[in-house]
Design a protein. Structure first.
Length: 265
């Protein structure tokens, strides 16, 4: 069944009036399990420091063999002239990530640029990612726990929530400690992960400053990672948990396989 979903809203909200189209292929022959599900989303990544905003989703369940035809619905009124928009896609089996898009796929750079072709590739079979439901890179990871410290306070006024994002197309990482934004470089080698060249802002926060310092200190000690569903745990050299995160996005939720497709108004 093919299911389409525009930005979630109240009952009676206008339906989609535009579509992102394209094709989804692989450069290698791949076995697609019979219960696999293909999911693609149009996301707004304009706001730095905030989770991506899902403007529309497409799901094919069961996915069947490649190639797939993209047809992601969205409302043109939700597109801003200077916004940044991407298409992200994945193939899942029982909630586990099987195939992912190795590259970044921007769209809507101009009003006519509504077409994109995606290449999906096999997710490496690593112990750290066998149970992952989302990719490690390009995901907005919201910090939920600095292991060994008190509960996280809310972010400082005007600051981003504490989070981490690993760029897909470079070795750069960025995030916030709940007060200051930071940037770093990261090295990923199988299940090993480490950060260096960590640079942070100098804003003084009377509330939450201690937890931010603990977050950044533990980030510097990270040597490995482990994923379970939509959760991420960063660990030290001995495998001890240091930081815990959850994948977060805004807007349209994942589709239910039984939901009938929406039609453009």
């Amino acid at each position: 069944m093919l299911a389409l979903l525009a930005l979630a809203g109240c009952a009676g909200a206008p339906g989609p009036d535009a579509f992102i189209t394209g094709s989804v292929i692989s450069r290698e022959r791949l076995y697609i399990p019979p219960d696999a599900v293909f999911d693609a989303a149009l996301v707004d990544v304009t706001q730095v420091g905030e989770p991506p905003l899902v403007l529309g989703r497409q799901r094919i369940a069961p996915a069947g063999p490649l190639p797939y035809q993209l047809r992601i619905p969205y409302r043109q009124a939700g597109i801003q002239p200077h916004g940044r928009y991407e298409v992200r896609a994945a193939l899942m089996e029982q909630g586990r990530l099987l195939l992912d898009t190795p590259g970044v796929h921007p769209v809507l750079l101009s009003p006519a640029f509504r077409h994109v072709d995606l290449i999906v590739a096999r997710v490496p079979l690593l112990e750290a990612t066998l149970a992952a439901a989302v990719p490690l890179r390009q995901t907005y990871w919201r910090l939920t726990e600095v292991v060994g410290t008190a509960a996280l306070p809310p972010p400082a006024e005007g600051a981003d929530a504490a989070h981490l994002v690993l760029a897909r197309d470079s070795d750069r990482a960025a995030g916030s400690g709940g007060c200051n934004r930071f940037a770093a470089r990261y090295t990923l080698d199988g299940g090993q992960l480490r950060f260096d060249t960590l640079l942070s802002g100098l804003r003084l926060c009377l509330k939450g400053g201690t937890s931010e310092l603990a977050y950044l200190e533990r980030l510097d000690a990270v040597r490995a990672y482990w994923q379970q569903g939509r959760s991420l745990e960063l660990r030290d050299r001995a495998g001890k948990p240091l930081l815990r995160f959850v994948a977060e996005e805004r807007g349209a939720p994942p589709l239910d396989d039984e939901e009938p497709p929406l039609q453009p108004s």
